[in-house]
Design a protein around this ligand. Structure first.
Ligand SMILES: [Zn+2]
Ligand SMILES: [Zn+2]
Length: 305
């Protein structure tokens, strides 16, 4: 954080005063009697030392917080047992009694703390699995416009691991992603599809990031993961409804069976029938499979029976 000049000058001045005091004390040296007994000092005959008078003032030693002018403060509220009331699709109201503490942002000192009987704050919902964990408001079902704007991001593999495709998305990336963001490893038939708006909202409310990873085995399987992290790096569960998989190719007479193999120890494999979405104009047709979680989705060999 940048410190204002005036504040720095004040600190510098205080430091100089301190140094001067130390210097004076050192100069006075052993000749000066303890300042606790000023009567004796003043009466010392023949010394002619006027410096001793300085010792009469007992100055407390300055601490770092004394040097701070507490110019930048922040009020933090700690609610006792708050009420959460839904306000609208994006926010809820937090209300109740709270401890209001004023903290100095420069030195960290607590400048005041007092109990307030009623206070309100407006916070964004924290949606997990379709509802806010605080106020319980059900998340509005993600709307997919009829003419959804789709942005395809072709992912390039890492130089040392050409089959591994990873991307980390920020709120800004998702703001530029239209309605639907298609993450497709370049030259592969599988793609990971994210609904941009719900993920953008989630990231905005937590200040975190989203990491998507795809390991594509062309024509056989795709190993995919979507991981959401909050600002502290803690992983949170993404809403499955906002993720899907696409397998580009040709329509067959039979629906395409996709087997989901969760990571070891996280449940049993499940099979689903992917539905065919025909292409139009320049757009390729694809099989669409529901997202069941991070793991392997096998659609080749046994999938195309
Ligand atoms: Zn301060
Ligand atoms: Zn809420």
């Amino acid at each position: 954080m940048e410190e204002p000049i005036s504040n720095m000058k004040r600190k510098l001045f205080a430091l100089l005063v301190l140094l001067a005091l130390f210097a004076a004390a050192a100069a006075a040296g052993a000749e000066t009697l303890p300042p606790e007994v000023p009567g004796e000092t003043a009466g010392e005959p023949g010394s002619g030392e006027p410096a001793a008078a300085e010792g009469d003032e007992t100055l407390p030693l300055a601490t770092p917080t004394d040097l701070c002018a507490h110019e930048h403060t922040r009020t933090v509220r700690y609610f006792d047992s708050p009420m959460y009331t839904p306000l609208n699709a994006e926010y809820h109201i937090v209300s109740g009694t709270a401890l209001e503490e004023v903290l100095c942002l420069d030195c960290g000192e607590s400048l005041s703390a007092e109990k307030v009987s009623y206070v309100e704050e407006i916070h964004p919902h924290l949606n997990r699995k379709g509802r806010c964990v605080f106020c319980g408001r059900e998340e509005e079902a993600p709307e997919i416009p009829a003419e959804a704007q789709e942005v395809v991001l072709l992912l390039a593999g890492a130089e040392d691991q050409p089959d591994r495709f990873v991307c980390t998305l920020t709120e800004m990336d998702l703001a530029d992603a239209g309605d639907i963001l298609v993450l497709r490893p370049e030259g592969r038939d599988a793609a990971l599809v994210l609904q941009a708006e719900p993920f953008r909202k989630e990231i905005r409310s937590t200040g975190g990031t989203l990491t998507a990873e795809i390991n594509s085995e062309q024509g056989l399987a795709v190993n995919a993961s979507v991981r959401l992290y909050d600002a502290d790096g803690r992983e949170t569960e993404p809403d499955k409804r906002n993720i899907s998989l696409r397998i580009y190719g040709e329509e067959s007479k039979k629906p395409l069976a996709v087997t989901y193999n969760p990571p070891a120890g996280e449940g049993k494999p499940t099979e689903q029938q992917a539905s065919w979405v025909p292409g139009s104009g320049e757009k390729e047709g694809y099989w669409q499979a529901a997202w069941q979680g991070s793991g392997e989705y096998r659609y080749g060999a046994e999938g195309r029976k």
